[in-house]
Design a protein around this ligand. Structure first.
Ligand code: NAD
Length: 284
């Protein structure tokens, strides 16, 4: 019989992290580096990618290199892959973290009230297709293309893992952001599809659906700067989260490490909610 509990077995592996200069994925990259994973920090913004890579090398002594690449540009992704292979070796892991929303695909009002009938511009009817295209491109194609480019090493070597970054929005859309929600739902579906497609190759494909995190980018929306109390939107989130607190990017790293490691070797095609109970709660 095999040992009942295996080792993590991620030390010395090579991970590509898209959006690696951002809030969540920089923390994910650091968590992997702590466990001895070599990291390629890929971001549209070269400066942030380089900064995260330098911090990692300095703090953890694990190799880390920043790369400038748009996840929607296959040529740039292929050029980055060539350099990653030369400098770090074959790629074992891919974290598809680049993602976001477009203002033109965000309605100004949550629900149509009678008073809105005079000005439908602020509702669903004022949304712009261009915003939907942008958001779907970044979240969905921005997961699809890096998977096409970076998973080739994994499939050829018969081992590896992809973790896509979904969202609670994929299960239950938040008000006002239909394009973001639908594109994250597409990621869950694609995660399942690719998991099945790769199932016999030794490459596993899973996703993490973060709940509500308090980061510097959304703090102004969720916490009143003067009083430190929740804003009305922040209060709604607290009411919907049984643990009655926000998560932190660090709290996503356990699920990430688990999904990439041998601890989850019979798991593929799942989406793990890391959400303080949000997805389990009916609100009553
Ligand atoms: P962030 O804006 O801090 O990071 C995103 C990073 O992606 C940025 O560094 C940005 O430069 C990069 N990026 C954007 N477009 C790119 C492109 N075309 N090519 C390459 N890089 C690009 O955002 P974050 O909050 O850290 O979010 C990371 C992921 O987590 C996203 O997919 C987001 O949708 C998801 N998510 C975030 C939250 C949250 O509360 N912050 C919750 C659920 C899911």
């Amino acid at each position: 019989m095999n040992a009942p509990i295996k080792e993590l077995n991620i030390e010395g592996k090579v991970a590509v992290i898209t959006g690696g200069g951002g809030v969540i994925c920089s923390v994910m990259a650091k968590a992997l580096a702590m466990k001895g994973v070599k990291t390629a920090i890929l971001d549209r913004d070269k400066e942030t990618a380089d900064k995260v890579a330098a911090e990692i090398t300095q703090t953890y002594g694990t190799e880390s290199i920043g790369f400038a690449a748009d996840v929607l540009n296959k040529g740039l992704l292929e050029a980055a892959k060539k350099e990653i292979n030369e400098k770090l070796g074959d790629i074992d892991f891919l974290i598809n973290g680049a993602g976001g929303n477009a203002a033109t695909a965000t309605s100004k009002v949550e629900k149509i009230e009678k008073s809105d009938l005079e000005n439908l511009e602020d509702t669903f009817f004022g949304l712009e297709l261009e915003g939907f295209d942008k958001t779907f491109a970044l979240n969905f194609q921005g997961t699809l293309l890096p998977s096409m480019v970076f998973a080739t090493d994994m499939v050829k070597n018969g081992k590896g893992g992809i973790v896509n970054i979904s969202s609670m929005n994929s299960y239950r859309p938040l008000t006002r952001i239909p394009a973001y929600s639908a594109s994250k739902a597409a990621i869950n579906n694609f995660t399942q599809w690719l998991a099945v497609h790769f199932a016999k190759t030794g490459v596993r494909v899973n996703a993490i659906a973060p709940g509500f995190l308090l980061t510097n980018q959304n703090r102004f929306l969720l916490v009143d700067e003067k009083t430190g109390e929740s804003t009305p939107r922040g209060q709604k989130i607290m009411n919907g989260t049984p643990m009655e607190r926000y998560g932190s990017p660090e709290e996503l790293t356990g699920a990430l490490t688990f999904l990439l490691s041998d601890w989850s070797e019979f798991i593929t095609g799942i989406v793990i909610p890391v959400d303080g109970g949000f997805s389990a709660y009916s609100g009553v």
